[in-house]
Design a protein around this ligand. Structure first.
Ligand code: ADP
Ligand code: MG
Length: 210
């Protein structure tokens, strides 16, 4: 299966989500690899720095379709991290996905870009339906950096609902462990992060099965 993590916006947590999902599945003994389609190469450089054993391929955006097919031959699970912009890489990565995750912080701009990204998923789905009438690309937003003490997450949920963007009930809290990993360590070394992603990974697998 191919899990594409996409948003037309920079900063909502695409790379964090890609990395943590892949590391969750790696720790669970699943054959997982990642494709880094962001020209900033944040994910691949970070994995190299952390000496991670998760296989990672840097992919030019025009090569996404071929690279995804090759990765799917090698690994049970392929996670694709794309750049935060409306670019060909995002469109292709959505087109090959078994499911699309759209991270959004509790922020109006993130919700608007999540809706815009979701529109690209429904467009890709309609294209696929020209050839297979029941084709579907399940997609959902994931709220990231949720602070339970503030109202913003509620505003973001309402806004996503108004835009008719499906939202996973599993949300990723704001945690120091997610901020610190850019300097040292793996986020999943933290027990709370492991538990966040055990729940999220289950929800993602349910999206692809259901
Ligand atoms: N749940 C979280 N709690 C705290 N900080 C987070 C969380 N998720 C992501 N971050 C931080 O937000 C920043 C942007 O995340 P990143 O995954 O690089 O976004 P993107 O790939 O979408 O640009 C990073 O510094 C990351 O450490
Ligand atoms: Mg990124």
């Amino acid at each position: 299966m191919i899990i594409t993590v996409a948003s037309t916006k920079g900063g909502p947590g695409k790379t964090t989500l890609s990395l943590c999902l892949a590391d969750h599945w790696r720790r669970a003994g699943r054959a997982v690899e990642v494709l880094d389609v962001d020209p900033n190469r944040n994910l691949s450089q970070w994995l190299k720095g952390a000496k991670s054993t998760i296989p990672c391929t840097v992919v030019d955006e025009d090569d996404v379709i071929d690279a995804a097919a090759a990765a799917e031959e090698r690994s049970e699970i392929v996670v694709i991290d794309v750049a935060g912009a409306l670019a060909r890489g995002l469109v292709y990565a959505i087109g090959v996905a078994s499911a699309v995750l759209i991270p959004a912080r509790p922020d109006q701009k993130d919700a608007i870009e999540a809706a815009r990204t979701y529109q690209h998923v429904t467009t890709a789905e309609r294209q696929a339906q020209r050839f297979k009438s029941n084709a579907s690309i399940p997609a959902a937003a994931v709220l990231m950096q949720v602070n339970k003490r503030t109202q913003a997450a509620g505003f973001a949920r309402d806004q996503l609902a108004a835009f008719k963007v499906p939202l996973l009930t599993t949300e990723i809290p704001l945690r120091a462990a997610y901020q610190n990993y850019s300097f040292f360590g793996m986020p999943l070394d933290d027990a709370a992060v492991r538990s966040d992603f055990a729940e999220l990974a289950e929800a993602v697998e349910a999206m692809t099965n259901g």
